[in-house]
Design a protein around this ligand. Structure first.
Ligand SMILES: [Zn+2]
Length: 323
């Protein structure tokens, strides 16, 4: 069984390598740097290390970055790459309406120039033929023309340039309980999550001290990650928004236990770790880390700090890159 899986997987990798070796794919689709070792599986392009950092910062709903050599590619991802046929074809779509005098980034461009171009090209799809630009939300996820941008990307605001990311953290902000009153009798709360340079936020719940968000936010996790910071604010249209408490999530138990157990797809449903309550953290009770249906997940309830009352519930999911 295992050797069958290995054979099938190495045959698919061989197809991928052949595609990579075509001359058009020997330079980065975005900046022209030689010898790209990364790819965006859903867009169908081969890209260099620096551009892959920008692609990751856009979130996997826009670009799913994989290493050509290290990652396990699924058959669908390889087929999607083969279907697009690599950089030339993808660029005829994504750069179809690139202005003649537009200066594309080069291998030595700054991260800022690179980021501006890559966001315009794939997130805003500014250079795509106008009739293709507006994408239906139920279009197939893996087609280059069906890349879903819009709702999900609006909550994902990233200021990161070139950073090596070790994984993606999905954070479902489930609900708040007994939040503090900031206006006359109530508050209009929203949650802001911060990890390093990145921020993501939920929508505002009008006049609600027990809001149910059920909103999923995504952040890329860099190698040198610190705690995930959570802040609840009251939207105040007349003055600046008031803080309604904050809490920190230690990501280390989640990330290290996931690394210790390896590919979650090969694990049965089980508990692999736990983040324990202590006097100096915000946990209401111990927070177990579980593998559920091949995904690494952690649920938690946080007691908000620096405020008179309030709790927030989260569900984290960890997706490691380059396992
Ligand atoms: Zn590049």
């Amino acid at each position: 069984m295992d050797s069958f899986r290995e054979k099938a997987s190495s045959a698919r990798k061989k197809k991928l390598k052949e595609l990579l070796l075509k001359s058009e794919n020997r330079i980065c689709a975005d900046c022209g740097a030689p010898d790209p070792k990364w790819a965006s599986a859903n867009i169908g392009v081969f890209i260099c290390l620096k551009c892959s950092g920008v692609h990751r910062s856009l979130g996997t709903h826009i670009s799913k970055v994989l290493s050509v050599t290290l990652d396990e590619w699924t058959e669908d991802q390889i087929d999607s790459m083969l279907q697009v046929g690599g950089n030339s074809y993808a660029n005829t779509v994504y750069e179809a309406f690139l202005p003649k005098d537009y200066v594309k980034p080069t291998a030595n461009s700054s991260n800022e120039e690179r980021t501006d171009f890559i966001r315009a090209k794939y997130e805003m799809q500014e250079f795509v033929k106008p009739s293709l630009r507006i994408v239906s939300s139920k279009s197939s996820t893996d087609s280059p023309m069906g890349s879903k941008h819009g709702h999900a990307s609006q909550s994902f605001k990233s200021e990161v340039g070139m950073i090596e990311f070790i994984g993606i953290l999905k954070i479902k902000v489930t609900k708040g309980t007994n939040l503090a009153i900031r206006d006359f009798r109530t508050s209009d709360p929203y949650v802001v999550l911060t990890l390093g340079q990145q921020k993501a936020q939920t929508s505002v719940m009008k006049k609600n001290l027990n809001p149910v968000w059920n909103e999923e936010l995504k952040l890329s996790v860099p190698q040198e990650y610190g705690p995930l910071k959570l802040q609840v604010f009251d939207q105040d249209v007349l003055s600046s928004d008031d803080l309604m408490g904050e809490a920190e999530v230690d990501l280390q138990p989640l990330i290290t236990s996931a690394a210790a157990f390896g590919d979650p797809d090969s694990l049965p449903d089980m508990q692999i770790g736990k983040w324990l309550t202590s006097d100096d953290n915000a946990l209401v009770e111990d927070s177990p880390i579980n593998v559920i249906d091949g995904k690494v997940k952690q649920e938690m309830t946080l007691k908000l700090q620096n405020v008179e009352s309030g709790e927030v519930e989260l569900e984290l999911e960890w997706i490691a890159l380059n396992q």
